[in-house]
Design a protein around this ligand. Structure first.
Ligand code: URA
Length: 240
């Protein structure tokens, strides 16, 4: 059982302040386990109770974990005064305070972004010490060479001299502009692009396909998101 005051939950899970959350209850707009609530200080069990505001269910569990298929052209930042961000794409029913994208993709990169309000979990996914692999698919502007394949498997030396950890490289499509899959266990700035650039190749298109053992749900259109299921949380951490 995890009990929390109703007005506190309402303020955390909606755009209303704590003061306005109390008013919502007094105005009879909130239902607790199906019945109209009368007291904003009533205790709500985050694990099994339900809350509705104006007839719409509120997600009240302690933390939220969303899988988003980020489109190119959108920043994977929390907020930006000028440009659209992944948080602007989060559907109304999932909006709550404290959400942020766990890890960054470049503006022109597409694919799997984890959006959560759980800082501790995000750290487990992102910390280089935890080695949670990230899988990318890239189209590059020139053919692959044996030297590149060897370099990726041993650790690419970037143009600034930084030595990367070994990465898996698989060619998915042999072509003038080949398609390949890259699995990284570290997350340096522009890492995939810089690794290819070390061999004079430019990345023409880049998509993150998986975090840990959890693959992007391909039924999500660019810009769409959905909740990550409990079993998928274990896949994220590579536990199944
Ligand atoms: N590597 C890159 O170069 N860009 C990304 O967005 C992610 C990994």
């Amino acid at each position: 059982m995890k009990l929390e005051r109703m007005d506190k939950i309402l303020a955390a899970r909606t755009a209303y302040s704590r003061k306005d959350a109390k008013k919502l209850v007094w105005q009879g707009r909130v239902r607790h386990n199906g019945k109209i609530a009368s007291s904003p200080d009533a205790k709500v069990d985050l694990e099994k109770d339900t809350l509705e505001l104006d007839g719409k269910p509120l997600l009240i569990q302690a933390h939220l974990y969303l899988m988003m298929n980020k489109p190119a052209g959108v920043l994977s930042a929390a907020r930006d005064p000028k440009q659209p961000t992944v948080l602007d794409l989060v559907p109304e029913q999932y909006r709550r305070t404290g959400l942020f994208p766990a890890g960054r993709l470049d503006k022109d990169t597409e694919g799997f972004v984890l959006i959560t309000d759980d800082g501790e979990f995000a750290h487990r996914i992102l910390s280089p010490k935890k080695h949670v692999p990230k899988t990318y698919c890239a189209r590059i502007d020139g053919p692959m060479t044996a030297q590149m394949e060897e370099g990726f498997s041993k650790g690419v030396v970037l143009e600034d001299g930084t030595l990367c950890k070994p990465a898996q490289l698989t060619i998915l499509e042999e072509a003038e502009q080949p398609l390949c899959r890259i699995v990284l266990t570290q997350g340096m700035y522009h890492q995939v692009k810089r690794m290819f650039l070390a061999y004079g190749r430019r990345v023409l298109w880049l998509k993150r396909e998986a975090i840990g053992g959890l693959w992007l749900d391909e039924t999500l259109a660019p810009g769409e998101s959905r909740e990550i299921q409990d079993v998928e949380m274990k896949m994220l951490l590579g536990k199944i």
